[in-house]
Write a protein that binds this ligand. Structure first.
Ligand code: HAM
Length: 418
């Protein structure tokens, strides 16, 4: 028997309801904030991720699914969506026609990570990117949008962790300082930190092993240049003015290299060790690094697999049939088929029982499926031209002429809206 590859999975129809709710809610809510959807290829040239996410990051150095195609090109299954979005922005010269671009995307991403609760090798993100403004208003609006989205879905126990990681002016002097402080003690840090000390010293702050020791290290927010300090203050004020609560997280360093200034994560209770639900921040400089003009950017991505894990149960229940047509006999089947088609064209979910089992067995199947009504069509109904609609919730019945479609639809809709 063939099985799914480790840390990947099938999502069966009974499980898909909450996914669709999350996607549908994102579509309708993000639209209110001016975002439009973009779809990029699942694979890109490897170089794109190496240049943007960063050669030394865990994602690029250890986690990418990279392969060589028949043309000898090195390609990679996308581990994230920001680099592809920026690549599309540059390639299609969007800045020439738009002053401000707001895009969102949803789809699978691929990272070869250790399997764990909430961590998959193929996982799904919903992400949003704003290109064209360095104003802190963009940071505030976009963070507020993702929190609004999570609240709309009924997620509870969220916390917004906020930091500034400075810019190309103020970060180097700070990292020099950090290196000086760490130099005499780094030998006693974990192996990963010893490597990070050489490759990306900021990541030592984020160490999950030496948490207590890292807590004593100098933090970047205390060494920001004036412009970064002002930007960060404006983001904090803006969030506060909208009533958005946040925790300052001076040791928050994201695992991708492109961030400057604002960096944030949203965690949620109920997720276990992998409790980051959303990650994002500002990435001024990335567009020009990928060959485009000097256009600033800000965005986030949220992990759909994790969101679905903590969604309240009522969100995203799979839809059930409005009506289950119980059919006996071949002439009745002809009539029922026409009726089912008409009901579907009227926007109702109609299940047509094609089994030709006993009425009792078909009624049982209807109840098991959670259908809201049944309508039996057999020889008696055909000759009378009438059939009985039964509401399964309370057994209330009403008789309808088989050709009075409008009344039938009205009754079913009315029951649905109660
Ligand atoms: P990221 O923090 O790497 O950021 O990923 C964002 C979210 O994707 C995480 O918070 C988590 O919920 C989910 N995620 C990441 N890896 C996995 C995994 N292996 N299994 C399940 N879920 C996972 C980015 O990807 C950036 N592109 C975000 C961004 C957009 N920054 C600016 N714009």
């Amino acid at each position: 028997m063939y099985r799914t590859v480790e840390a990947t999975r099938d999502l069966l129809p009974d499980e898909i309801g909450p996914w669709q709710t999350c996607e549908d809610t994102a579509r309708s809510l993000f639209r209110c904030y001016g975002f439009r959807e973009i779809r990029t290829p699942i694979f890109e040239f490897t170089e794109l991720f190496a240049r943007s996410v960063g050669e030394q990051t865990d994602i690029v150095s250890k986690e990418m699914y990279t392969f060589t195609d028949r043309g000898g090109r090195s390609l990679t299954l996308r581990p994230e969506g920001t680099a592809p979005a920026v690549r599309a922005f540059v390639q299609r010269r969007i800045h020439r026609s738009e002053d401000l671009t707001r895009w969102y995307y949803t789809g699978p991403m691929f990272r070869y990570e250790r399997k764990q609760k909430g961590r998959f090798r193929q996982f799904f993100q919903i992400g949003a990117e704003v290109l064209g403004a360095d104003s802190p208003v963009v940071d505030v609006e976009t963070i507020e949008m993702v929190l609004h989205y999570l609240t709309a879905l009924g997620v509870s126990g969220m916390r917004l962790h906020l930091n500034s990681v400075g810019c190309r002016a103020c970060r180097p002097p700070y990292t020099d300082l950090l290196r000086q402080v760490l130099d005499p003690q780094i030998g006693s840090y974990c192996k990963d930190c010893q490597r990070r000390f050489e490759t990306n010293v900021l990541r030592v702050l984020d160490c999950k092993v030496d948490v207590d020791r890292a807590a004593g290290l100098p933090v970047l927010v205390e060494h920001l240049c004036d412009a970064c300090g002002e930007h960060f203050a404006a983001v904090r004020d803006g969030l506060a003015s909208l009533g958005v609560e946040f925790d300052l997280a001076p040791r928050l360093v994201r695992g991708l290299d492109y961030y400057v200034r604002t960096a944030f994560e949203v965690t949620a209770s109920g997720l276990g060790a992998q409790n980051a639900l959303v990650g994002g921040g500002r990435y001024d400089g990335l567009v020009s690094q990928l060959g485009g003009p000097d256009v600033p950017g800000f965005g986030f991505a949220l992990g759909l697999d994790r969101l679905v894990m903590i969604l309240p149960e009522e969100a995203g229940k799979s839809p059930v049939a409005d009506i289950h047509l119980v059919v006996v006999g071949s002439e009745a089947m002809r009539r029922a088929r026409q009726l089912a088609t008409r009901l579907r064209h009227a926007g109702l979910i109609a299940a047509l029982d094609v089994t030709q089992r006993s009425v009792k067995a078909q009624m049982r199947a209807a109840a098991r499926s959670g259908a809201r009504h049944t309508l039996v069509i057999g020889e008696n109904e055909l000759s009378a031209g009438r059939a009985t609609l039964r509401r399964l919730e309370d057994g209330v019945e009403a008789e309808f002429a088989l050709d009075a479609l409008a009344e039938l639809v009205e009754e079913i809709r009315h029951a649905g809206s109660r």
